[in-house]
Design a protein around this ligand. Structure first.
Ligand SMILES: Nc1ncnc2c1ncn2[C@@H]1O[C@H](COP(=O)(O)OP(=O)(O)OP(=O)(O)O)[C@@H](O)[C@H]1O
Length: 340
């Protein structure tokens, strides 16, 4: 299913929740809508779903395979949903929860009991919960419940899957396991999927493409590599991870440079190429990289973040209190909001 959003503007009273959104969702892709709280991600998802409609004061079109569905209601859109708090039916077993959408179909379209059994069994296998068919939701962990919610959404073979922070309420380890699992499943099923998240790592890890949204506007659309390594503007670089800001005067104008922690090299404070002399304030050794907080010697209010490998850390014999110099491996600057 190809989805297109054209010149979509959405108002809530006087408030503009979405400003002239243009977006094409490629059939079979997993697209992440990424942005801070209140940026309009959920509103855009709900509009695609038909849970929020294009009113007279709004404008724009939402096309499903070239047909404008802006005025069609949710039942006509062939969509599967999983929300963060989309509760399963408490009084139904896992099996019946997954079978629900199949059982409530109009008689003419309904599968036989045998066919429903087969399909639910297959889905239970897909979500790796064979043997859990007769449990009730309260007998499952949070992660297992979300997998059942996903199977329930998939049971009716929707053309589009919409996921609104589906793993939001789970702890970090379960989240990261589930997102890998979701990515594999989505690649296998090739179902067009839109995932709303405010978690950069989640978007970078699972999405084929990311739409970065801020204040109802699209800031950038691109693959995870593109938005991370070639951010379109200051908002995107700041939102996609830690970044250090440096100022330099050049021909009477002030130039700003954005440098990520892993793009800085620690060298001797006597090195002639350094952009800053700084003191090591804090060293965090737990994690795959060593994180070092530096205090700029000339401006002690300024903290500089650096990330280096454990190997490099050992070789350089760095200690808290050392005065060192830093050199950028990469420089990035933006002018008039555009990336260079
Ligand atoms: N029904 C509504 N009536 C009025 N304002 C609304 C309504 N729904 C959303 N908004 C406003 O629109 C803006 C965008 O909300 P939305 O839920 O789309 O943000 P979000 O990016 O999904 O945020 P979060 O990550 O916090 O869920 C917010 O300022 C919100 O307060």
């Amino acid at each position: 299913m190809k989805i297109e959003v054209k010149n979509l503007t959405k108002y809530f009273g006087n408030f503009v929740a979405l400003k002239n959104i243009n977006l094409e969702i490629i059939p079979g892709e997993l697209l992440a809508l990424l942005g801070p709280s209140g940026s309009g991600k959920t509103t855009l998802l709900r509009m695609i779903a038909g849970l929020e409609t294009v009113e007279d004061i709004d404008s724009g079109e939402i096309l499903f395979n070239q047909i404008n569905v802006a005025k069609k209601d949710i039942a006509q859109r062939d969509i599967g949903f999983v929300f963060q708090h989309y509760a399963l039916f408490r009084h139904m077993t896992v099996f019946e929860n997954i079978a629900f959408g199949l059982r409530v179909k109009p008689k003419k379209q309904r599968l036989s009991n045998d066919e429903i059994n087969k399909k639910v069994t297959k889905l239970l296998n897909l979500i790796q919960l064979d043997g859990f068919a007769n449990r009730f939701p309260w007998q499952l962990s949070g992660g297992q419940r979300q997998r059942v919610a996903l199977a329930r959404a998939l049971a009716v073979e929707p053309k589009v899957l919409l996921l609104d922070e589906p793993f939001g309420a789970l702890d970090a380890k379960v989240r990261s396991d589930l997102r890998r699992w979701l990515k594999q499943l989505q690649e296998e099923l090739k179902i067009t999927t839109i995932l709303v998240t405010h978690d950069q790592e989640e978007a970078l890890e699972v999405a084929d493409r990311i739409v970065v949204i801020s204040k109802g506007k699209i800031e950038q659309v691109g693959t995870p590599e593109e938005v991370f390594h070639n951010p379109a503007n200051e908002f995107v670089i700041n939102f996609l991870g830690n970044v250090n800001l440096f100022h330099e005067r050049k021909n009477d104008t002030e130039q700003k440079y954005h440098i990520r922690p892993h793009e800085l090299e620690i060298v001797s404070s006597e090195d002639k190429d350094i952009i800053s002399k700084a003191k090591i304030k804090y060293i965090q050794l737990a994690g795959s990289q060593v994180k070092i907080d530096l205090e700029d010697v000339e401006d002690t209010t300024k903290t500089i973040l650096v990330e280096i490998s454990h190997h490099e850390f050992k070789n350089k014999n760095l200690n808290k209190g050392d005065i060192i110099g830093i050199i950028p491996r990469e420089l990035r600057t933006f002018q008039d909001g555009a990336g260079i």
